[in-house]
Design a protein. Structure first.
Length: 289
């Protein structure tokens, strides 16, 4: 990986996940919601998964969520944060260097962890190789519209108070790019969906507490290295309320949830027809009633 590809400071990501354990687990409600939505994707899949990897296991509640959906695979839990991994009786695992043998899992579930990976195509390629043939990847990650209100407020506050701005909110994968990344990694039958989840808070600082509980605060390599000035934070909170607050004084926070589905190749899967093998002319089809 070249230095041009390094967007995130992975050591900081690890520290943030270590710090998140000390916060109230209720602040991680969006992670539980994302896992539940991934489990819903299994409703239409009529097959049995023997062994699954819970990548970014967090509080280790995937087994309960899958059980409620009728799936009971053996689960290997893994997390970049040591405390999360230990709490789930799992392994400490860096998503950029997966320590698993090829064809180890029928199912890989990655919940809100891949958006912190510097080399996302390389990570997806590794996941494709640790899946057994016809194994399934289910992943949830934040998309480009996530925290747009916070990004705008912090940017303007820094311009107002320190005459400059630094990256404050992570760059996220665009919806249009996600499907191509799955195909580039060799995953078949790719599907990418997007939902906007809007959560309201009494103020910006309540939002930041939940972001810390999720381990989702700023880890961009080129961020300011010093602590944010109190004046900047207060100005950002005021801008946030002025531009986005409702009549009751609450502020919205947008989270764009991308859900990715892809399959490790297998001969039983549907394949596109060879170009030129069609039996019906497109012109004729368009002229038909």
């Amino acid at each position: 990986m070249t230095t041009d590809m390094i967007i995130f400071d992975r050591a900081v990501v690890r520290r943030h996940r270590a710090r998140a354990v000390g916060y109230d687990a209720e602040g991680r409600f969006l992670i539980r919601e994302a896992r539940a939505r991934l489990a819903e994707r299994l409703d239409d899949i009529k097959r049995r998964f023997e062994i699954a990897l819970d990548l970014g296991c967090g509080d280790g509640d995937l087994a309960t969520i899958l059980g409620e959906a009728g799936y009971h695979p053996k689960i290997v839990s893994a997390d970049l944060g040591e405390a999360f991994a230990r709490g789930a009786n799992g392994v400490v695992c860096d998503e950029e260097m997966l320590p698993f043998a090829p064809a180890s899992f029928d199912l890989v579930v990655a919940t809100l962890t891949l958006h912190w990976v510097n080399d996302l195509p390389g990570c997806l390629w590794q996941i494709r190789h640790i899946l057994k043939p016809d194994g399934l990847l289910l992943a949830a990650m934040w998309g480009g519209e996530t925290l747009r209100e916070l990004r705008e407020s912090l940017l303007q506050a820094e311009i107002d108070t320190v005459s400059g701005a630094s990256p404050r909110v992570s760059p996220f994968t665009d919806l249009r790019d996600a499907g191509g990344l799955l195909q580039r990694a060799g995953l078949g039958l790719p599907v990418v969906d997007s939902d906007i989840l809007t959560v309201t808070y009494p103020d910006m600082f309540a939002l930041i507490r939940d972001l810390r509980a999720m381990g989702e605060t700023n880890a961009v390599k080129d961020r300011r290295q010093n602590f944010t000035a109190r004046a900047t934070l207060l100005r950002a909170a005021a801008i946030y309320r002025e531009r986005f607050g409702d009549a009751e004084g609450r502020i919205p926070a947008s989270f764009q949830l991308l859900t990715l589905t892809g399959w490790a190749p297998h001969e039983s899967q549907q394949k596109p027809l060879r170009p030129g093998s069609g039996k019906v002319s497109l012109i004729d089809a368009l002229k038909s009633p």
